[in-house]
Design a binder for this molecule. Structure first.
Ligand code: COA
Length: 256
């Protein structure tokens, strides 16, 4: 998506993001070992509804540099990104680890969050010890192991090229840091404090953040809406983009 690439200075370093459309700002945050391109289908499809911004967290994609090892540090960086982009408030969308980042941001900085779209994520994200072990000792096997768990059995390989590429191109140390950040994340006892209008989206075949996690979020967050996406695993935005785009479009349209 070369025409959509932008950069701005965040905490003194260049930060890369993709941007399309005009109107209400929807800022999308990728997950562990990801990058902005995992939101490619949303950038173009929702450009008629919103100003869609998909960022590359530090350590990831074209932002590069070091990653973080706690969700709290990613929250600080995203706050700095919003500041640098002149966004006092935005609709935040987060996938997996990005969902943890946006959830924590909504809890700790409610004034900055107009609404929240949580995709394939949870209020607690314990990570299989095997995943941590593989990214410490044998990263290529870690990538294969994750690929074996990440998608619905009905998803064609062509639908998840961006997810695979991002994971292969992110330095293994950064991916490990992301999974450690997830493993330490737990806001189950606090999540009822989210005040932003919230959409919770999950793939029915998600094995990394199962529908049970989404059901918990939707029950706990006041007024939250739950959408389960058929024939999708952990990357519903890539596996079933039309279903996800129409849920996001309806959600954006329902906001005051
Ligand atoms: N929302 C709702 N319930 C949750 C939850 C969440 N976000 N996270 C955990 N729970 C529940 C579990 O389902 C479990 O319930 P149960 O006792 O009724 O079965 C309980 O809380 C404790 O689970 P957990 O904290 O995950 O510890 P565990 O020792 O049982 O399992 C793992 C640890 C790693 C095996 C497990 O978390 C898992 O399979 N994770 C998914 C795979 C993964 O690595 N995903 C990557 C996420 S980035």
């Amino acid at each position: 998506m070369p025409g959509l690439v932008r950069t701005l200075a965040v905490l003194g370093r260049p930060a890369a993001f993709l941007e399309a459309g005009r109107g209400r700002s929807l800022v999308l945050v990728h997950g562990a070992g990801g990058r902005s391109h995992v939101w490619s289908p949303q950038l173009l499809a929702l450009a008629d509804t919103a100003r869609v911004v998909a960022l590359d967290l530090p350590g990831h994609g074209a932002t590069g540099g070091n990653g973080c090892t706690t969700i709290a540090d990613y929250v600080l960086w995203v706050l700095a990104f919003l500041e640098a982009a002149g966004l006092e408030r935005a609709v935040l969308g987060g996938h997996s680890m990005g969902g943890a980042v946006t959830l924590a941001l909504a809890l700790d900085h409610p004034d900055r969050v107009e609404a929240l779209a949580l995709v394939g994520t949870g209020a607690r994200l314990r990570v299989l010890p095997r995943i941590l072990e593989l990214f410490r000792e044998n990263p290529p096997e870690g990538v294969s192991f994750l690929a074996g768990l990440a998608y619905s059995p009905r998803t064609p390989g062509s639908a998840v090229v961006e997810a695979e590429r991002a994971l292969l191109e992110t330095p293994p140390g950064v991916v490990l840091g992301d999974f450690l950040a997830c493993d330490r994340f737990d806001v189950m006892a606090r999540v009822a404090g989210v005040r932003a209008p919230t959409l919770v989206l999950v793939g029915r075949d998600d094995r990394l953040t199962p529908p049970k996690y989404a059901a918990f979020l939707a029950r706990a967050i006041p007024g939250a809406r739950l959408v389960e996406v058929e024939d999708a695993g952990h990357f519903p935005q890539l596996e079933q983009p039309e279903a996800v785009n129409s849920a996001l479009r309806a959600f954006l349209g329902s906001l005051p």
